[in-house]
Design a protein around this ligand. Structure first.
Ligand code: FAD
Length: 381
């Protein structure tokens, strides 16, 4: 290989570390210097107040410590690079995915954003969300939304693909606080980026222990079920609980789903159906456009009660549907067969009498599934 050195990002999870080790071995054998870099967090790993092994396993002490004692570095400027070499004498352009034998993914008009890759699109989204549409000032109030581009930043795919640095987001928030407003919402976006950091450092600390059924808490009191029919119905958005089905259908159709939706879908699988939470996390891994091993498995473990919090994290999914989707617009958007129903029945179709099913033209078991689990079994908050 005609190169002096290869620079690459390092991630903290075991599979990604194994890949990096393989690349390192191969480069070294070829006489090329491997240069790994920690690149992707808001707080650099070398700037943490304690070594990673000393980080608290709960978020709040971590957040307080980094807020007090870990200054965020400035983003790098644009590097001066030589022109990209032409590919085989052809035009100086990246080939489209079709040329690589990959079918383009069909888009769904109901999706929150098209999510085109690359730094240019990432910076456009940051600019649009923060400055043009001025949505940062109310982020904390809107972030539990379910429909539309602007209830949250939607920066996660670009952050996780390396198109956008969290430090660049931090810089934008700081400038916004100086030029427009500093409030709970501006703070909260950084608060969420610190959750992202927290999971990165937790995986660096605990490694493979996160992927055991009982997680880092080493719980052995839960009898996790294998996949089976209930898991298949959950994946397909056919559980018979509209709020869960809508979220799973959005995920399947677009690769994105809100944080509120992810929490409920994960809780339903892990805490109600009691299917092994790792199967759910692995399914998310195959679908999410913003998939990141630490954020995904860390959040799943947290909700399944085997991660970074000892509190019961199970959700009352019907209560959540009523609270966050009062008019059932979200449920009906992704389960249009429920459109004729008033909101209460659109969230709890199993409470309709047979006469009501006939009246509205929505027959359970025909037009929309019967619930996979007794609906009164959904617990928690
Ligand atoms: C079961 C489950 C699985 C998840 N899997 C992923 C995943 O694979 N990749 C991923 O990026 N996020 C994941 N999340 C976290 C969160 O849902 C998404 O980061 C968020 O919905 C992305 O949308 P946004 O950029 O508009 O977020 P915003 O609300 O605008 O938040 C800004 C940024 O903060 C970070 N962030 C926000 N919430 C969290 C959180 N709970 N944990 C870690 N980082 C957070 C993200 O980088 C996000 O882009 C998961 C959450 C759950 C409950």
């Amino acid at each position: 290989m005609d190169a002096d050195a290869v620079h690459f990002q390092t991630l903290p999870t075991p599979e990604e570390r194994a890949v990096a080790a393989g690349v390192t071995d191969r480069l070294t054998a070829d006489g090329v210097e491997p240069r790994r870099h920690w690149t992707h967090t808001l707080h650099h790993i070398d700037d943490l107040p304690t070594p990673v092994s000393g980080i608290d396993d709960t978020f709040t002490p971590f957040k307080r410590a980094v807020e007090a004692d870990s200054p965020v570095r400035e983003p790098f400027g644009v590097p001066a690079l030589p022109a990209r070499p032409a590919v085989d004498g052809g035009p100086d352009e990246l080939p489209p995915v079709q040329a690589l034998g990959v079918d383009p993914v069909p888009t769904d008009d109901r999706g929150v954003l098209p999510f085109e890759g690359g730094e240019t699109r990432a910076l456009e989204r940051l600019e649009a969300y923060v400055w043009e549409r001025d949505r940062l000032r109310e982020y904390k109030e809107t972030r539990n939304g379910l429909v539309g581009a602007d209830y949250s930043s939607k920066l996660s795919p670009w952050l996780n693909r390396g198109c956008l640095s969290p430090r660049r987001v931090y810089e934008a928030v700081q400038r916004y606080e100086t030029e427009r407003v500093a409030n709970d919402s501006t703070y909260w976006l950084l608060f969420e980026l610190r959750w992202r950091d927290f999971f990165q450092f937790q995986f660096r600390k605990h490694g493979a222990a996160f992927f055991a059924p009982g997680g880092i808490r080493e719980r052995d009191d839960v009898d996790w079920r294998d996949g089976g029919a209930a898991f298949d119905r959950w994946k397909a958005g056919e559980t018979g609980v509209p709020f869960i089905d809508a979220n799973m259908r959005e995920l399947n159709a677009t690769g994105y789903v809100s944080n509120r939706g992810r929490q409920n879908a994960a809780s339903y699988l892990a805490n109600d159906l009691r299917v092994d939470w790792r199967l759910g996390a692995a399914y998310f891994e195959t679908q999410l456009v913003d998939y990141d091993p630490c954020s995904n498995y860390g959040n799943w473990a947290y909700i399944a009660g085997v991660g970074n919090d000892s509190r019961d994290r199970s959700f009352d999914v019907v209560g959540q549907a009523r609270r966050y989707d009062g008019d059932a617009a979200y449920a009906k958007r992704w389960c249009p067969e429920l459109d004729p129903l008033p909101p209460q029945y659109a969230h709890e179709p199993w409470t309709m009498s047979e006469a009501e099913q006939r009246e509205y033209g929505v027959e359970l078991g025909v037009d929309y599934p019967e619930p996979v689990l007794d609906p009164t079994a959904s617990g928690g908050r």
